[in-house]
Design a protein around this ligand. Structure first.
Ligand code: S3P
Length: 459
């Protein structure tokens, strides 16, 4: 996509199609990292060639890891058993918080100093959440920006293990500590207040690292469960080949487009169905959507399979508490679903959205209002009054891929034309979104009427 591109979207016919989506972003990042730490050659297929994951690959090349890219979506990583060379210049993490936070855990343990930089959005994002635990392990990390924001200067060295009670349910924080723990002698433990995505744990296990995972109920039984993961450091990460499943966070845009349109039917194939990522399906079911999912592959620790969704008229719901980490990246598109649903939807306990690629609460509220929707903002969420007709509008993306894509979907339901500005950011997570958007608008790729309805495993 060239610079300053826009999406121009008009109302679309009902969707009746089947699609696949590109590889999962979180899993693609981790596949490069664990392969680089491993003791041999790993072939990664269906790798997401989004800018964020390519930034992770480039970072490891700078650290001396050989990474081949023999064909599209395939990366061959020559693991260096955790021995890296000092990079020549700064490591540029682009727009990717996952790259910067996770790699910090690895760099904290290296016998050299390096500097991590990012684009203007990443440069505003909080890094105290990883600096604090990694410093407790012995790392010296200096955030050069105001209020503990990037660039980060990391002076690595020997680390000691910790038990860390994380104040936030964040997979990035948990993963940074676990990766640092792999370089320290003894047991590293992370306790989180709700389960965040567990790809790091699953992939470490797939690469033959022993972990212990527990659900802990605090003494006074009324409090919510906590999630605890521990590992003993200095274990060998055995090289393995890995196939990345499709990204359910990318599928989310089409799932909502189909769910909110009575008469639509969409099959998404080869998509990740890790239960720490499928909260979107639970929310859509509560809103009235008819969904079936079938897990087809489990071998590599990451379940994947098919989602079959039928459109209905949706109604409002409440999204809060422990469910939030499970849908954190889907809130922009769920807010669009809420605007299309009858009644009110309340989203709370989601103040994390204020520190994503942009302040997503403000961005969603501003763009929905521009389309004629009543929205009340709260510090940790919003209330959306659904059911009124959406009006086409000219909307900023705020340089945030998920805002751009969510409002392109809103445009499929609006009167007149909706223009989303500055959509080049979509390349960070979903190259090819524009192609599927055009196909859906043309109504092409119809499902054959004889496609069997998936019979097993419902929601
Ligand atoms: C991610 C974790 C989430 C998510 C982000 C990707 C990951 O962030 O929002 O898009 O790959 O670990 P937090 O861990 O900060 O909640």
């Amino acid at each position: 996509m060239s610079k300053k591109e826009t999406f121009r979207v008009k109302r679309a016919p009902t969707i009746e199609t089947e699609i696949t989506v590109p590889g999962d972003k979180s899993i693609s990042h981790r596949s490069i990292m664990l392969a680089a730490l491993s003791n041999g050659v790993c072939k990664i297929t269906n790798f997401l060639e989004g800018e964020d994951c390519l930034a992770t690959a480039e970072a490891f090349r700078q650290l001396g890891v050989t990474i081949e890219h023999p064909e599209p979506q395939t990366m061959v990583v020559h693991g260096s058993k955790g021995v890296f060379k000092q990079p020549e210049g700064d490591i540029y993490c682009g727009n990717s918080g996952t790259t910067m936070r996770l790699i910090s855990g690895i760099l904290a343990a290296q016998p050299f100093t390096c500097r991590l930089t990012g684009d203007p959005s990443l440069t505003k994002r909080p890094m105290r959440r990883v600096i604090e635990p990694l410093s407790r392990m012995g790392a010296k990390i200096n955030a050069e920006g105001p209020g503990d924001t990037p660039p980060l200067r990391i002076e690595g060295g020997p680390l000691t293990p910790i038990t860390y009670n994380s104040p936030v349910a964040s997979a990035q924080v948990k993963s940074a500590i676990l990766l640092a723990g792999m370089f320290s002698k003894g047991v590293t433990t992370v306790i989180e207040p709700a389960l965040s995505r567990d790809h790091t744990e699953r992939m470490l296990e797939y690469f033959q690292v022993q972990l212990r995972r527990d659900e802990v109920r605090p003494e006074r039984n009324r409090e919510p469960k906590e999630y605890k993961v521990s590992l003993v450091g200095l274990q060998t990460i055995e090289s393995r080949d890995f196939e990345v499943p499709g990204d359910i966070s990318s599928a989310a845009f089409w799932l909502v487009a189909a769910a909110a349109q009575p008469g639509s039917r969409l099959l998404v194939k080869n998509v990740g169905l890790n239960p720490s990522r499928t909260g979107l399906l639970d929310v859509l079911v509560r809103m009235g959507a008819r969904i079936r999912e079938v897990v087809e592959v489990v071998e590599q620790g990451e379940p994947s399979g098919v989602i079959d969704i039928k459109g209905c008229s949706l109604h409002g719901t409440v999204i809060e508490g422990a469910e939030i980490p499970n849908v954190i990246d889907e809130i922009p598109i769920l807010a669009v679903a809420a605007a299309l649903a009858k009644g009110e939807t309340v989203i709370r306990d989601a103040k994390e959205l204020r520190v994503k690629e942009t302040d997503r609460i403000a961005a969603i509220a501003t763009n929905l209002r521009a389309m004629g929707v009543e929205v009340t903002e709260a510090p940790d969420g919003m209330t959306i009054k659904g059911g009124s007709k959406l009006k086409g509008a000219k909307l900023p993306s705020y340089g945030d891929h998920r805002i751009a894509m969510a409002f392109a979907i809103a445009g499929l339901f609006a009167t007149g034309e909706t223009v989303i500005e500055d959509v080049e950011c979509v390349a960070t997570s979903y190259p090819g979104f524009d192609v599927t958007l055009k196909q859906i608008q043309k109504g092409s790729g119809l499902l054959s009427r004889t496609t069997p309805v998936i019979s097993s495993l419902g929601r």
